[in-house]
Ligand binder design. Structure first.
Ligand SMILES: *Cc1c(COP(=O)(O)O)cnc(C)c1O
Length: 394
């Protein structure tokens, strides 16, 4: 320490500490870098900054090394080049809308989309001068006839939330590309593991990292993943203007879960498929909406384009059971909890009134739908639990 530094007060020496940390420490964890201020080596470096360049550090809101480590790994999982983190999956959906649309533009949304996405589209249509139109998720190449000169964005969800129809993604993206319309897929269901959107012509993949990437039911986060830099930069501009960033602590929790994600996904997949096949044999149930089973609309497309299914599927009960009876069924489950979100170790069940959620396509079933999320409990216990709860219907 120089003489002038030694004369500084204790408080200054605490703030400007000169830690002597032995170099050479190595561990498997990604360091957590928390920052608002990012320090520049000199003013020339500060003035030369380009906000579009992801390799430059500017301000803790926009990126820290922990956040970029997570973004890079997420991009690698899906075969993308760029990723932007948001504080929730819904916030990533919102980022796509505000990054790409302006007043006078048109957006096409599948009728079975994650319902807060639908609400977001309706809000922009009501208050921000865009038009939001809903399409039959099984439309495939027929989407071409819905594209208007001012259509800027087509949403895809594969499969659709709750009802699980599997859309023909390459047919939709081919029609969109022919008219230079950007496509965004909500790819949360497959975690980016079982469906590779960029191999099928999609421009933007949205992940609710809250689900399998977190894996603990304890972190909320979202990501948009892209290949084209132009699209990435548009999303980045909207994110920056809205002042949106994420916590490096939350990123470190997801970084901790990522290495086990494929193994967890495979286990969810095995148990869910086995329980779904068993439910198909039950007299109370008329349809099992699991993309790997033939009852599910788009099953053939699933076989062509997907490599797995994870833990989420739905069943339709016979219409002889009232909605109140199905509520009792759900509440009588002991290992399945009632609650939103999924992707953690705990199994969940939730009833839905689908007919009230549709405007573009007729829902073909009449009975009540229950969506199951199969967690990491012993499969035999989950089956016994469903069995005892089905007995309440007798
Ligand atoms: C959960 C979910 C989201 C939203 O994620 P949040 O982090 O809860 O906002 C978006 N899309 C799908 C398909 C989801 O399941």
């Amino acid at each position: 320490m120089t003489e002038s530094k030694r004369k500084r007060g204790l408080q200054t020496r605490i703030v400007h500490a000169e830690d002597q940390i032995t170099p050479g420490f190595e561990s498997f964890s990604t360091p957590v870098t928390r920052a608002s201020t990012v320090v520049f080596p000199d003013l020339a470096a500060m003035r030369a900054l380009d906000w579009k360049n992801d390799a430059q550090w500017r301000y803790g809101l926009h990126a820290t090394p922990t956040q970029i480590a997570l973004a890079q790994r997420l991009a690698a999982i899906e075969g993308g080049k760029h990723a932007l983190l948001q504080p929730s999956g819904l916030s990533s959906i919102s980022n796509v809308y505000f990054g790409l649309l302006k007043a006078g533009d048109d957006v096409l949304i599948p009728d079975n989309v994650y319902s807060p996405n639908r609400d977001h589209g309706d809000w922009l249509a009501r208050d921000f001068g865009i038009t939001a139109r809903y399409y039959d998720p099984l439309i495939g190449a027929g989407i071409a006839s819905l594209i208007r000169p001012n259509t800027r964005l087509i949403w895809i969800e594969a499969p659709g939330s709750v009802t699980m129809e599997v859309p023909d993604v390459p047919a939709i993206t081919a029609a969109a590309r022919a008219r230079k319309v950007v496509t965004a897929i909500d790819n949360t269901w497959s975690a980016g593991l079982a469906f590779r959107p960029f191999d099928h012509g999609v421009d933007i993949s949205v992940q609710a990292l809250t689900k399998y990437q977190s894996g603990g039911g304890d972190v909320l986060m979202g990501a948009t993943i892209t290949v084209e830099r132009d699209v990435h930069v548009k999303l980045k501009a909207a994110r920056m203007r809205m002042g949106i960033g994420v916590s490096s602590d939350d990123c470190s929790l997801i970084l901790r879960s990522l290495p086990s994600m494929q193994l967890r996904f495979a286990q969810h997949d095995r148990a869910a498929l086995s329980l779904a096949a068993w439910l198909k044999s039950r007299p109370e149930i008329v349809a099992v909406l699991h993309p790997a089973l033939a009852d599910c609309a788009g099953h053939e497309v699933y076989k062509r384009d997907f490599t797995g299914a994870g833990g989420l599927f739905s069943v339709v009960f016979d219409e002889r059971y009232s909605a109140a009876q199905i509520d009792t069924f759900c509440e009588s489950l002991e290992l399945f909890s009632l609650g939103w979100s999924w992707g953690g170790a705990h199994s969940l069940a939730m009833p839905y009134d689908i007919a009230s959620m549709r405007t573009a396509a007729q829902w073909p079933h009449r009975g009540t739908l229950v969506r199951f999320y199969i967690g990491l409990e012993d499969e035999a216990d989950l089956r016994a639990d469903i069995e005892q709860s089905l007995a309440t219907l007798a």
